[in-house]
Design a protein around this ligand. Structure first.
Ligand code: R5P
Length: 292
């Protein structure tokens, strides 16, 4: 019980000093609740405002694709270099040490594989995501595809569930076979995710007018890497995307399918967090690769 007598009188009220309102550094996120902001601050570096997410969730639709045959051998060594891990709950439990303590963007929607028509999906149970200490829930959204309405319902359901517990939602824009990856399509798909409440959007980079995609999306955008490119091209794509308003990458194949994945993820980090130019980042890649 507190003492009734002998306490020091309160006197430091800071009269004349306005209270710091503590603005928040991520766009479109100023009015989120504390728990979501705390989680997003683990994904996006509060100093650079950027993130290098390592995506290795491909197996849920592609099986053991190149580089993911033995994730314990190929992915586990990369984990310390990533700011955030994008994976399925299977991979999380199988190859990610809980002692690593990295934020997890959990693959939260699941359904059809590349052998059938993609994006016919359901979503997981929010209690499972909380149990796994997920930071962000990643949901596929197939705008213009055969399962558009279903995937938007999945996004909505995920955001409602995540908001209940303060988890962020990542809207992942899928690209249908019949749709082009141009600025018009990508800005629409990204905007639909944000308008429905996604806290972060993952989309593809496009060579023309990508600025329109980032500027029309009121929440942070991270870019997927897509199919494996020569290292310089992948680093150039990341540089261009950042320069045009992306807040980071959520990159998979261009890292884990590189000749030297550990060198590549460090080169990507140099582009994203240090503002490095692609040629200098490639030099870093070659130096790290040749040092082994
Ligand atoms: C695709 O289904 C997954 O969401 C991947 O995480 C995404 O495509 C990013 O990986 P990549 O850089 O290999 O495209």
């Amino acid at each position: 019980m507190a003492e009734a007598t002998g306490n020091k009188d309160a006197k430091d009220f800071g009269i004349g000093t306005p209270q710091d309102n503590q603005g928040y550094y991520l766009k479109g996120s100023a009015h989120l609740d504390w728990g979501v902001k705390d989680r997003l601050s683990r994904v996006f570096n509060p100093v650079s405002g950027k993130t290098v997410m390592l995506a290795f969730d491909h197996g849920y639709i592609m099986g053991p694709t190149r580089g993911l045959e033995r994730m314990d051998l190929t992915i586990t060594p990369l984990l310390p270099y990533a700011d955030c891990l994008m994976c399925t709950r299977g991979a999380l439990r199988q190859i990610v040490p809980p002692t690593l303590n990295k934020p997890i963007s959990l693959r939260y929607s699941a359904g059809s594989t590349v052998l059938t028509e993609l994006n016919d999906e359901c979503v997981m149970d929010i209690e499972e995501a909380v149990r796994l200490n997920a930071t962000m829930l990643a949901v596929m959204v197939a705008i213009g595809g055969a399962h558009e309405a279903l995937t938007i319902r999945n996004l909505t359901k995920t955001i409602d569930q995540g908001n209940r517990y303060g988890l962020a939602t990542l809207g992942v824009t899928a690209v249908g076979k019949a749709l082009t990856r141009d600025a018009r399509y990508l800005s629409m798909a990204s905007r639909v995710c944000a308008e429905n409440g996604a806290h972060v959007v993952k989309t593809y980079y496009c060579a023309e007018d990508f600025e329109q995609v980032t500027h029309a999306c009121p929440v942070p955008i991270v870019i997927a890497g897509g199919k494996k490119l020569p290292e310089l091209d992948a680093l150039t794509m990341a540089r261009n995307a950042l320069d045009q308003g992306a807040c980071g990458v959520d990159m998979g194949r261009n890292i884990f399918q590189a000749d030297d994945p550990i060198a590549m993820i460090q080169a990507v980090r140099a582009v994203v967090h240090d503002g490095e130019q692609p040629d200098k980042a490639l030099d870093l890649y070659e130096t790290l690769k040749n040092a082994k």
